[in-house]
Design a protein around this ligand. Structure first.
Ligand code: KE4
Length: 430
């Protein structure tokens, strides 16, 4: 595959940008390649600087549930930009956006817009601490909630991929209030709470997407819900990835379990930088300017990003059948991949919730961090480059998700299943 132009651009990029990228996972480090520089995306496709065409299963790490640059979002943006980009003042579209999110997600009564998932999760933790007057919070090994200091404690996603489970620069003072439990292991949470009444929150990805895809077991989430009710702990569902991805009401709708606070990102921006956090009015009212918990943002709720996000969520509200469509498409990939593995006598683990899935190069059931981490990451790197050679653009890390969009045609899916067969054939015969 021709990569000259991408290589030339990467050599230039590393001179001015640390690692040549503005987010570590894009550097292709864990798949031992230099990254492709993308020039265009439309529908299910992306094109790189050397003119290579790919069927894209990253979708900008989740936002592009309708594929790249759908016309209805582009139209909304072009209309919005006629009036300017940002005023630093309240606008009507922010009310419409907040109202729409409260309509779509049952547990959310009020919402604050921010500019990234990290801002959403760090603000939710601060709000939970301010609301309860307590200091500590529990997260789960293998879950990733963005790069705020107190989350980078055995984080998943980039930090896990880069093999740096606890990031330098996180002070002891910061880390001491972060307690780490094991995903899908309620006992590990009970053990942390039974002699500690200084716990403000439990934050969890109800469908983990940053150690590969690992769905929470229903009884695990139910257990967290009861524990939080019993102990006055704020239950935060980090739905930055699963929100509007697995259902219009997010994972909360799939599991039928309501969080106290929920964080959002990705899809709610329609491809532009947007995050949000929301939940019970009695908690959200503690936020400034009403309440004492400070939180702010120059471009939070800016009309340009809101127009894209509102177009995306309105489409979801008016076309709920997209989730059945995504389920059908995802099933084609899942059954095709499983049939291919059977042909080669292998039983690699494949987890899926709706249109987010992960193929793990381990034959163990993957239900938590340690089983995910038992995957053969070298074999994944081999798989990644084989699929890339065949025009299939997957996450350059075992510990990420594969996203299918409404724009992925049956032809795209068939081509992907074929590429999976040919890649496995080449890898397993070596
Ligand atoms: P951002 O700050 O990257 O917008 O969101 C942080 C975040 C929070 N919570 C969850 C569940 C997330 O998945 C993320 C970000 N996801 C990664 C992909 N695994 C972003 C990709 C990247 O870091 O470049």
């Amino acid at each position: 595959m021709k990569q000259d132009k991408s290589l030339e651009l990467f050599n230039e990029a590393v001179k001015y940008i640390p690692g040549g990228v503005n987010s570590p996972v894009r550097a292709f480090k864990s798949v031992n390649m230099s990254p492709l520089f993308i020039t265009k995306g439309k529908g299910s496709k992306m094109w790189d600087a050397d003119g290579n065409e790919f069927i894209d299963y990253i979708g900008s790490w989740g936002p592009h549930i309708f594929g790249h640059n759908p016309d209805f979002i582009k139209t909304a943006l072009l209309e919005a930009i006629e009036n300017g980009t940002s005023f630093g003042a309240p606008t009507e579209i922010e009310i419409k956006m907040a109202k729409l999110i409260t309509e779509l997600v049952d547990s959310v009564e009020m919402v604050r817009m921010v500019n990234s998932g990290t801002e959403a999760t760090m603000s939710a933790i601060r709000l939970a601490r301010g609301f309860t007057g307590k200091n500590k919070f529990i997260k789960f090994e293998g879950c990733y909630h963005g790069h705020a200091d107190y989350f980078l404690i055995k984080a998943g996603s980039g930090a896990l991929t880069l093999g740096v489970p606890t990031s330098p620069g996180v002070t002891e003072a910061n880390a001491k209030d972060t307690l780490v439990a094991q995903y899908n292991d309620l006992d590990s949470v009970v053990a942390l709470t039974e002699n500690d009444d200084d716990i403000a929150a439990i934050i969890v990805e109800p469908v983990a997407g940053n150690m590969g895809v690992v769905p929470a077991k229903k009884e695990f989430l139910q257990g967290l819900r009861s524990l939080c009710d019993e102990k006055g702990i704020v239950l935060i569902f980090d739905e930055v990835m699963s929100g509007f991805r697995v259902a219009s009401g997010g994972a909360q709708e799939v599991y039928g379990i309501n969080a106290d606070l929920t964080t959002f990102g990705k899809i709610i921006g329609g491809g532009l930088p947007v995050g949000a956090f929301g939940g019970k009015k009695e908690i959200m009212e503690h936020l400034s300017p009403n309440g004492p918990v400070y939180q702010a943002g120059t471009l939070s709720g800016n009309p340009l990003a809101m127009s894209a996000g509102y177009a995306a969520l309105s489409y979801i509200k008016n076309n709920a059948e997209i989730y059945n469509l995504l389920e059908k498409k995802a099933k084609i990939i899942e059954s095709g991949f499983k049939k291919n593995m059977e042909h080669f006598g292998r039983n690699f683990a494949m987890n899926r919730v709706g249109s987010m899935s992960a193929l793990f190069f381990t034959e163990k059931e993957v239900a938590d961090f340690s089983s995910a981490a038992s995957s053969d990451t070298k074999l994944y790197a081999d798989y990644f480059s084989n699929m890339l050679e065949r025009g299939i653009y997957l996450a350059p890390s075992q510990f990420e998700a594969m996203f299918i969009s409404t724009a992925h045609s049956d032809e795209d899916l068939e081509k992907t299943v074929e590429a999976n067969f040919d890649s496995l054939k080449k890898m397993l015969s070596e």
